[in-house]
Design a protein around this ligand. Structure first.
Ligand code: SAH
Ligand code: SF4
Ligand code: F3S
Length: 434
C-alpha cells in the first residue's frame, strides 16, 4: 500500500469530496495517512471562493514542494476548485504532478499511475452527470457521529461575484435512492447525524422527488437520526420544505440562509434573485412555523459600488433578523465572473475592512443576545466528544447548531443527553447535565 495524505480547504462539500477521493484511491492501493511526512502522495483539495483562500494554498504548495528534498519519489496533487480554475498554470509551476478537477476523481488512479512514469497529469473535464452516487465515501471525521452526504453537485445560479459555477460546473442532482441508501449505511455504521449537502439544496430534483420529499424520506429512516442540510438559497426555500421540517422533530432546527446584502440595489447587482422584503418574508415564514429555529447567514461587505447607505441597509437587516450566527466576508473579485467583467472593484480596501468590522461587531452582539436567551433552557444534545478544553468536559451541538459544553465523565460520543444552559459566551453555551 502507498500512503496518501490529503489536506482539505473550502466548504463541507469539499470535505465530502475528499472522502470520495480516499475511497476511489483505496481501490487503487492507497491508504490514508494523517502525517504528511510519511506520505508517498500529498494532495490539497482546494477552494477558489476568495483570493485569500487561494493565496494560502499557493503557499502550501511551496511547502509540499520543499518536501521533495528528502523524498525524491514524492507526488504532489491539486484537486478541487483551484485545479479547475488554474488548470495547467498549476503544472507550469513545476511544483505539481497531478491536477484534477471536481468531476475527474474517478480518473485519479490512472493519473497517478501515469505520473509514476515521470509525466505530470491533468484532468479538469467538467461533467453534466457525475455525482459519485455509487461511491461509498471513506469517512474521515474522527468521532464517527456525524456524516456528510452530497446530494447534488455544481450550481446554476451564477451570482455575479461567485466562482463556484465555473469551478464546479452545472447543477446536477444525485439519484434519490442512492442518497437514502447512503443514509441507511451511515445508520448501520453507527452515525447519528447526517448533513445533506449542495450549493442550493432547494433546487434539488430527481424526477418527481423534490428536496422537501428527499428530506422527509431521510428523516423517516429513524427518529434517532438527526438530519441537517446546507445550503438553502433564499429565492428557492419553499413553504413545503418548512412544513416538512416542522413536522419532523429529528430535522434540526437550523437553516443557513445566506443573505449577502441588505440592499436591493446590490442584491440585484449580485443577481441573487430576491429582494430584502422577500428575504424577511422567508424569515417570518420559518419563524412562524418553527419559533425555535436558528437562522444563520453569509454576507459580503464592500461589493462593487456599495455605498454607506447600502452598508447601513445590511446592518439594519442584521438587526431586524437577529441572526444566531454569520459568516462574514470582504468582497474578493474573482477573475472571469460577471462582476469582474462588468463592475469595477471600487470599494477601497480600508472601507471594505471597516464595514466588515462593523458587521462583525454587530453580529457578535446578536450572537451573544441569541445565546443569552437560551440561558435557563433545556436542550437535547448529541455528544460529539471531549470539549476543546478537555478536563472532564464533553461537547456537542443542540438542534440549533449551537456548541454546548458540560462536565461529564459518563457519556460517550453518539449518545443523546439533556442539558440545561447555565451561562454562555459568544460561541458556546455552558451547560449542566439534567
Ligand atoms: N451556495 C452558497 C454559497 C457558497 S460560497 C449560497 O449561495 O449561499 C460561500 C459564501 O462565500 C457565500 O455565501 C458568500 O457569502 C461568500 N462568497 C462567495 N463568493 C465571494 C466573493 N467573490 N467574495 C467574497 N465572498 C464570497
Ligand atoms: Fe455561488 Fe450563488 Fe451558486 Fe451560491 S448560489 S454557489 S453564491 S453562484
Ligand atoms: Fe470553495 Fe469550491 Fe466549496 S470554491 S467554497 S471549495 S465549491
Amino acid at each position: 500500500m502507498k500512503k496518501l495524505y490529503i489536506e482539505t480547504y473550502g466548504c463541507q462539500m469539499n470535505v465530502n469530496d475528499t472522502e470520495v477521493v480516499f475511497s476511489i484511491l483505496a481501490g487503487a492501493g492507497y491508504e490514508r495517512t494523517e502525517d504528511m511526512h510519511e506520505a508517498d502522495v500529498i494532495m490539497a483539495n482546494t477552494c477558489s471562493v476568495r483570493d485569500g483562500a487561494e493565496q494560502r494554498i499557493l503557499g502550501r504548495i511551496e511547502q509540499f514542494h520543499a518536501c521533495r528534498k528528502d523524498r525524491p519519489g514524492l507526488v504532489v496533487g491539486i484537486l478541487g476548485c483551484m485545479a479547475e480554475r488554474l488548470k495547467d498554470r498549476l503544472l507550469d509551476s513545476g511544483k505539481v504532478d497531478v491536477v484534477a478537477g471536481p468531476d475527474a476523481y474517478r480518473n485519479l488512479p490512472a493519473l497517478l499511475a501515469a505520473v509514476s512514469e515521470g509525466h505530470p497529469q491533468m484532468d479538469v473535464e467538467l461533467s453534466r452527470e457525475e455525482t459519485y452516487g455509487d461511491i461509498r465515501p471513506l469517512r474521515i471525521d474522527k468521532n464517527g457521529v456525524s456524516a456528510f452526504i452530497s446530494i447534488m453537485r455544481g450550481c446554476n445560479n451564477v451570482c455575479s461575484y461567485c466562482v463556484v459555477p465555473y469551478t464546479r460546473g452545472a447543477e446536477r442532482s444525485r439519484d434519490h435512492r442512492s442518497i437514502v441508501r447512503e443514509a441507511c449505511e451511515c445508520l448501520e455504521m453507527g452515525y447519528k447525524e447526517v448533513t445533506l449537502l449542495g450549493q442550493n439544496v432547494d433546487s434539488y430534483r430527481d424526477g418527481e422527488v423534490s428536496f422537501a420529499d428527499l428530506l422527509d424520506m431521510v428523516a423517516a429512516l429513524d427518529p434517532a437520526l438527526r438530519v441537517r442540510f446546507s445550503t438553502s438559497h433564499p429565492k428557492d426555500i419553499s413553504d413545503r420544505l418548512i412544513a416538512v421540517m416542522a413536522a419532523r422533530p429529528n430535522i434540526c432546527r437550523h437553516i443557513h440562509l445566506p443573505v449577502q446584502s441588505g440592499s436591493d440595489r446590490l442584491l440585484e447587482k449580485m443577481r441573487r434573485g430576491y429582494t430584502r422584503e422577500w428575504y424577511l418574508g422567508r424569515v417570518r415564514a420559518i419563524r412562524s412555523a418553527m419559533p425555535d429555529c436558528a437562522i444563520t447567514t453569509d454576507v459580503i461587505a464592500g461589493f462593487c459600488s456599495e455605498t454607506e447607505e447600502d452598508h447601513r441597509l445590511t446592518l439594519s437587516l442584521f438587526e431586524e433578523v437577529g441572526f444566531d450566527a454569520a459568516f462574514m466576508f470582504q468582497y474578493s473579485e474573482r477573475p472571469g465572473t460577471l462582476a469582474a467583467r462588468r463592475y469595477p472593484d471600487d470599494v477601497p480596501p480600508e472601507v471594505k475592512n471597516r464595514r466588515l468590522e462593523e458587521i462583525i461587531a454587530l453580529q457578535n452582539r446578536l450572537s451573544l443576545e441569541s445565546n443569552r436567551r437560551d440561558v435557563g433552557k433545556r436542550f437535547e444534545v448529541l455528544v460529539e466528544g471531549p470539549s476543546k478544553k478537555g478536563s472532564g468536559q464533553l461537547c456537542g451541538r443542540n438542534a440549533q447548531n449551537k456548541m454546548c459544553v458540560w462536565d461529564d465523565s459518563v457519556h460517550r460520543p453518539g449518545e443523546y443527553v439533556t442539558v440545561q444552559v447555565t451561562d454562555c459566551s459568544l460561541a458556546t453555551l455552558f451547560c449542566e447535565l439534567v
